[in-house]
Every structure is written in structure tokens, then in C-alpha cells.
Design a binder for this molecule. Structure first.
Ligand code: GLC
Length: 737
């Protein structure tokens, strides 16, 4: 950048930012090429402890960052060497996957998203930041912002669901929580918007698989949550593994330079995902490590995670005149800028872990609230729930009732399983141990042995009610754990059939990292709660819900298919030219073939999901009525008020997440049959009602057209105020020029 324009730029910046730019410039000018490439390199080498070789490398300026870096003491020693014994004293930045908690574990992100509660999600991230910073780690590889429409993909567990509007709100809340009021505060850590971008669209739901996403879809669906994180001030991004339209995302100039830097003005740094730079060789996008390094650098990946092509290859490439030193200087500038914003050059290095910050009562309370709000009630026939505390005896069946590691879910690295409150322990605390009979029936969720069935049936026969804890063990979800089937693993269904022979009322609680298919269980159980992997306080949260000390309010953020054959199934889909119609429901193979029935349906299963996006029941019932629009038209640039009355027609006070959806009936590119545009959480007493009002701006209806322009187009719209994406009160309006 020309000095003149740089000084102009500096004039436009606030004083603190000017000071940082000047410090970065001054430091950059003193750095050797080797030291620059060192800053661009992140190592995993502290994982097993700090060796003399690594100490020497740090002294030489070989590394700018470590991830998964061993013990507190190792990190403190590494930082001391970097600050005191390296030539320029540039601090290291330590990164860690703090995806849903460090020591206090919150529900998996897919679970948290079912709370629809950005403030609570932000509080959880704040607590995670406090615990992480207390251990001398300054950076988390979160939030994961990939839109996920395919439950076969193991990483749906880490996502915030299928809707870009909600994922944007919650992702930005996580960024605010992690980074706090100021990035250089002692309990703030840098967040990382990942995996940039489109990773969740992996073909077949198979992890790391190819993604084909047209630009309009990329902008309207997959980029939005990342744009929201950028707007929230996220300090870093992580490029992804996937091949996006033929160009791997870790070498993709369009997404990393055109969108992220030019359009969004992002000035933090981009770290690659693990070896995703050199994996461009396997992709067939680079012939060797030198070409991979060049293409990643050219695209705008500033720091290489774990693989070493930057350090190994770029020095000679620069000296051979094949790589412009300016590209390297820009990358180092971005890294140094974030390290200075974090205060790493100025903050004292922690000399001891702050254990007082760990697993606090406040953190446990937030974890319990979030687990409670994340749990979704899918069925409650004849008021099976809530149970009475004077119920007598309960039989607790299923290995997930007492499995701390499974309950915490994927990506938990620093928690202590002995601190986890399991459902079994919480039920014993609620009812007294004498009234709780535990018979797991299976050793783990994948167990196919029926050796434990007899004891389970006996426990059921001796009880007044049966609580089934079913689902997926933790190791079945997360990275590289895609499944081709969505059934309950192992012999869990057979266990339910066996226990059903006792003829007692049954409640199923499902702990899992993804939407599953479990119709047989639903048929057998009077009630079904879906609790995801609920984290450290899942037990007390579920005990409160089961006995009515809390009322379920969670709403699904990922559609649940009837069968894996339906995937991907999501609510904000396009109409097609032959949309299925309600009369297509219930058709099974063998029915007379009527050409009028040639629609986009299946002939062997209903085309609708088992449970739609936004679905969740309560212990009360809510009635929606009296939809009103302030006008039948909204002038371009204007607003429209949409309201409806929501009444609590049941017997308990409860919260309802009232949702606002719109549809544009015709546009320059096809638009989804529904799109979430807003929601309100309302708390209503029995017999009361509330008018819930939304203000809709025509700008809220904007979308990216096929030329990549953000436009609102005039025309006819539908609008719903709804309890979920499949129902609601519908109105019509027009946007006029
Ligand atoms: C992994 C994941 C990424 C994680 C990184 C560091 O492969 O894709 O989400 O942050 O490596 O552990």
C-alpha cells in the first residue's frame, strides 16, 4: 500500500487503531523473512509437552502460534521464551477448540440453537472465554457458522442449524460472548468464524466432501452467518476443507479476498483448517507443497495450521521471485494486528492458572438454563409429562442416563467428567435413590447385546413409570463421524420393545448430536424429549423438565426427516415447478397413478419432515389468532407491521417462541417457500393472551440476485405468524416500487 494512502487510511482510524498500525509497521520492518514466515505458522507440537527442540524453535521465531498446547506450565514457558529470549519478543497466540465450553460444558451448539436465546448463548460464551483465558489461552476456534441441512453430517452437532437468520443472530452472540466488551480484557479471547465457507453442504452428508453452491445460494444461505460474525467484530476466520465449486476454500480468492476482504473489509487474520493448505494437493488443485502454499497465500490464508508449507516453501519462492513479498507482509500485518488488539504485547503473562474461574456456580446455572431452554418436547400424549414427584418408583433405562462423557457431546477437551451431573444422579436427588431403579439394558448406545434386557424389563415391571434415555454416544457425532443411517444405534429399539412389555407409562429422553429417526420409540412412548448432548448440567435440567419445575420451550433449528432417504430436508427450500400438495400425503406405493399426482414427492414416505424447523411443544397449548397487517402494501424502503394474538389455552404459565416468516411469490431468482424473518419469546399465563407485533422493513426482504447484488424486488408476498415453519396464520401483502 502506498505510504501516502496508508497515512490517509491512518487519519481515518481512531487513535488506538492508528497506534496499532504504527506499531505493526515498525515491527514488520525489523522482521526477517524467516521471522515473518514463523508468525504465519501454527504448530501442534506442544501437545505432548515442551521439548528442547521446540524451545529452540520458539527462540528462533519459528512459530507464531500453538494449538492444543499442553499444560498451563508449558504454555507459560513457551510464552516466556517468545517474549524474553526471541530476537523481537513477539508473543505467541494459543488457540483451542472451545466449541461449547472449556471446563463448564454447555449443550452442543445445535442444542444451544434450539433455545433461540442469543443472550443466554452469549452468556455461555462469556463463561467459556473466562475459563479459557484463565488457563492462558487467548483464542478459540469458534463459533462454527456452517449452515447444516444434512443430519448425516457429523458436524451438524457443532452447527447452529439450517436457518441463516437464526444462525447469524446466535453466531454473532457467541462472538460477543467470547470477545467481550474489549478484546484486550483479561477474560476476553479472540473468536474464529469457521469453517469459511459452505462446508456444511458436503455431498451425501459425508464430511470433507465436495460442495457445489451457486453464488446466489452462497450469498443468501451460507455466507450470511459469517457476514454477521464479521459485523460483530470477530477477530479471526478459519478457511475450510471443502472444495467449493472446483476451488478449495483454503485457496479460494473469491471468498477470501473478494468477499471477506474487499466487500466486508475484514482486517483480522485467516487461519487455515488443519492441513487444509497442503490438502489442496489431494484436491488436485496444487501439484506440490510450494504451489499449495502459494495458492493459499494468494487467496489470503494468513496462518497455516499444522502443515508447514509456508515456512518450508515460501522463502525460496520469494527469493526466486515467484511470490511477492507484499503478500507475506500483508499476512503478517493481519496476525500482528490481532495480537496487538488482544493486548498480547502489553498484558502480563499469567504465571498461574486462575482456578477460581473454573466451573463456578454462575457457570453451572447458565449451563443448566441453556440445557433446559435447548430441550425440545416432541410428543406429550395425554399429559404424560410432567410427572408427579409423588409418582412412586421410576425405572431408568438406557446407558445414556449415566454417561458423563456422552452427555457432554463432541469437541470437549478440558472438562472433568466427574463434574458432570447426569440424569440418573439428578433423578435420585429429586426422588431419593430408593425410588429410582437403574437398568441400562445396554453397555453403550451401539451395544447390540441383549444380555441386559431381562434386568431392564424387571426394573420396568417394578416401577410406576419408565424413563428411557436413548440416543447417540458422543463418539458418533462431530468431525469425520458422518452416518449413512439415522436410526438409534445398536439394539436400543429392541430394548424399548422389550421394556414396553411391562405395560407402564414410558417417557423417552433422546441425547444425540443430530436429528435422528425413531418413530417406533415415539409410538411406544407417551412423551418424547429431545435433549441433544446437553453438557455438564443436562441431568438437573432434565429432572426439572420431567417433573414440571421447568416447562419445555425449545424449538428445532434443524428439520427431522422421517427417514434418512429424505435428506437433505430443510424448511427454507425452493418450491419446484410441481410442489407436492397435501393430498400427496399418505400415498403409499400401489395407489392408482394419476398424472395430477406427478409432483415432487416420494411414493413411499410423506414428503414432509417428521418434525419441521421451528417445532417444539409445551406443557400448555398456545392458540394463534387475529393476524393483522398495518397495510396490504409496503412501499420500497418502507415498513409493514404484522401482529397476531397468542393465547395460552392450557393450565401452566409457559414461554412460546412466536415466529415470523415471509415468502416472495415471484422474483428474479426463485425464493424459498418460507424464510424466518423474526421471532419473539413471549411468556404467557394460563388463560391470558398477548398481541405479538413485528415490524417488517422491505430491506428485510432483500436477497442476492444472480449478479451478486443485494436487492429487494417489488411484488406479492406471503407472511406468517407461526408456532413453527409448517403452520401459522397467513397473510398477503405487496411491496410496491
Ligand atoms: C479440525 C476442525 C476444526 C478445528 C481444527 C483444530 O480438523 O476442522 O474445526 O478447529 O481442526 O482442532
Amino acid at each position: 500500500m502506498h505510504t501516502y494512502s496508508l497515512s490517509l487510511l491512518l487519519l481515518a482510524l481512531p487513535a488506538a487503531a492508528v497506534e496499532i498500525e504504527q506499531r505493526v509497521d515498525a515491527l514488520l520492518q525489523r522482521m526477517t523473512l524467516g521471522e515473518k514466515l514463523g508468525q504465519m505458522s501454527q504448530s501442534n507440537a506442544l501437545r505432548g509437552g515442551i521439548s528442547p527442540e521446540v524451545k529452540a524453535e520458539i527462540r528462533k521465531g519459528r512459530w507464531g502460534s500453538f494449538l492444543n498446547a499442553g499444560s498451563f506450565e508449558d504454555r507459560a514457558e513457551a510464552q516466556r521464551i517468545a517474549l524474553k529470549e526471541s530476537r523481537l519478543g513477539i508473543p505467541l497466540i494459543f488457540g483451542r477448540d472451545v466449541i461449547h465450553g472449556y471446563r463448564t460444558v454447555f449443550p452442543i451448539p445445535l442444542g444451544q440453537s434450539a433455545s433461540w436465546d442469543p443472550e443466554l448463548v452469549a452468556q455461555a460464551a462469556r463463561i467459556a472465554a473466562r475459563e479459557t483465558a484463565a488457563m492462558g489461552i487467548q483464542w478459540t476456534f469458534a463459533p462454527m457458522l456452517d449452515i447444516a441441512r444434512d443430519p448425516r453430517w457429523g458436524r451438524i452437532a457443532e452447527s447452529l442449524g439450517e436457518d441463516p437468520y437464526l444462525a447469524s443472530l446466535l453466531g454473532a452472540a457467541m462472538v460477543r460472548g467470547f470477545q467481550g466488551a474489549s478484546l484486550d480484557a483479561p477474560d476476553s479471547i479472540a473468536a474464529c468464524a469457521k469453517h469459511y465457507v459452505g462446508y456444511g453442504a458436503a455431498e451425501g452428508g459425508r464430511d470433507y466432501n465436495t460442495t457445489w453452491i451457486p453464488e446466489a445460494e452462497l450469498r443468501n444461505v451460507y455466507l450470511r452467518s459469517f457476514q454477521a460474525a464479521r459485523a460483530a467484530g470477530v477477530a479471526t476466520f478459519m478457511s475450510a476443507f471443502n472444495n467449493l465449486n472446483g476451488i478449495p476454500t483454503s485457496g479460494n480468492v473469491f471468498t477470501l479476498r473478494q468477499v471477506l476482504r474487499k466487500e466486508w473489509g475484514f482486517d483480522g487474520f485467516v487461519v487455515s483448517d488443519w492441513n487444509s493448505v497442503t490438502q489442496m494437493i489431494a484436491h488436485g488443485y496444487a501439484g506440490d507443497a510450494a504451489e499449495a502454499a502459494f495458492k493459499a497465500l494468494r487467496a489470503g490464508v494468513d496462518m497455516e495450521m499444522n502443515s508447514t508449507s509456508y515456512y518450508d516453501q515460501l522463502k525460496s519462492e520469494v527469493e526466486a521471485g515467484k511470490v511477492d513479498l507484499k503478500l507475506i507482509d500483508e499476512a503478517v500485518r493481519n496476525i500482528l494486528r490481532v495480537k496487538m488488539r488482544l493486548g498480547l504485547f502489553d498484558k502480563p503473562v499469567p504465571t498461574a492458572p486462575d482456578n477460581a474461574a473454573m466451573f463456578t456456580a454462575e457457570g453451572r446455572e447458565v449451563a443448566k438454563r441453556l440445557a433446559t431452554e435447548s430441550t425440545v418436547l416432541l410428543k406429550n400424549e395425554n399429559r404424560t409429562l410432567p410427572l408427579s414427584k409423588s409418582i412412586g418408583k421410576v425405572a431408568v433405562i438406557g446407558p445414556l442416563a449415566d454417561s458423563p462423557v456422552d452427555q457432554m457431546g463432541c469437541w470437549v477437551r478440558d472438562a472433568d467428567p466427574s463434574e458432570v451431573r447426569t440424569p440418573l444422579a439428578a433423578l435420585k436427588e429429586t426422588l431419593g435413590a430408593a425410588r429410582v431403579v437403574y437398568a441400562p439394558g445396554l453397555k453403550v448406545s451401539r451395544d447390540v447385546s441383549r444380555a441386559g434386557f431381562a434386568a431392564a424389563l424387571e426394573a420396568a415391571r417394578a416401577a410406576d413409570a419408565v424413563l428411557l434415555f436413548l440416543g447417540e454416544e458422543q463418539s458418533l457425532s462431530g468431525e469425520a463421524h458422518s452416518r449413512a443411517f439415522l436410526d438409534l444405534p445398536g439394539a436400543q429399539e429392541a430394548l424399548v420393545e422389550e421394556v414396553a412389555r411391562a405395560g407402564k407409562p414410558m417417557v423417552a429422553v433422546i441425547l444425540a448430536g443430530r436429528p435422528l429417526t425413531f418413530q417406533k420409540v415415539t409410538e411406544r412412548a407417551g412423551a418424547v424429549l429431545f435433549a441433544w448432548h446437553p453438557g455438564s448440567m443436562g441431568g438437573p435440567a432434565l429432572a426439572d423438565l420431567l417433573f414440571g419445575d421447568a416447562v419445555p420451550s425449545g424449538k428445532l433449528t434443524a428439520s427431522f426427516p422421517r427417514t434418512v432417504g429424505q435428506t437433505p430436508v430443510y424448511y427454507n427450500h425452493m418450491s419446484t415447478g410441481r410442489p407436492p400438495v397435501p393430498s400427496d400425503l399418505g400415498i403409499k406405493m400401489g395407489m392408482p397413478k394419476d398424472p395430477a399426482q406427478d409432483t415432487a414427492k416420494y411414493i413411499d414416505v410423506d414428503y414432509t419432515p417428521e418434525y419441521p424447523f421451528g417445532f417444539g411443544l409445551s406443557y400448555t397449548t398456545f392458540e394463534y389468532s387475529n393476524l393483522r397487517l398495518s397495510s396490504p402494501t409496503a412501499p420500497m424502503g418502507g415498513t409493514l407491521t404484522v401482529s397476531a394474538e397468542v393465547a395460552n389455552s392450557g393450565a401452566v404459565e409457559a414461554e412460546e417462541i412466536v415466529q415470523l416468516y415471509t415468502r416472495q411469490l415471484a422474483a428474479s431468482v426463485t425464493r424459498p417457500v418460507r424464510e424466518l424473518k423474526g421471532y419473539r419469546r413471549v411468556r404467557i399465563k394460563p388463560g391470558q393472551k398477548q398481541t405479538v407485533e413485528f415490524t417488517l422493513r422491505t430491506a428485510d426482504l432483500a436477497f442476492y440476485n444472480e449478479r451478486g447484488q443485494l436487492v429487494t424486488e417489488p411484488g406479492a408476498f406471503q407472511v406468517w405468524v407461526a408456532p413453527n415453519s409448517a403452520r401459522g396464520l397467513r397473510g398477503e401483502f405487496r411491496v410496491t416500487e
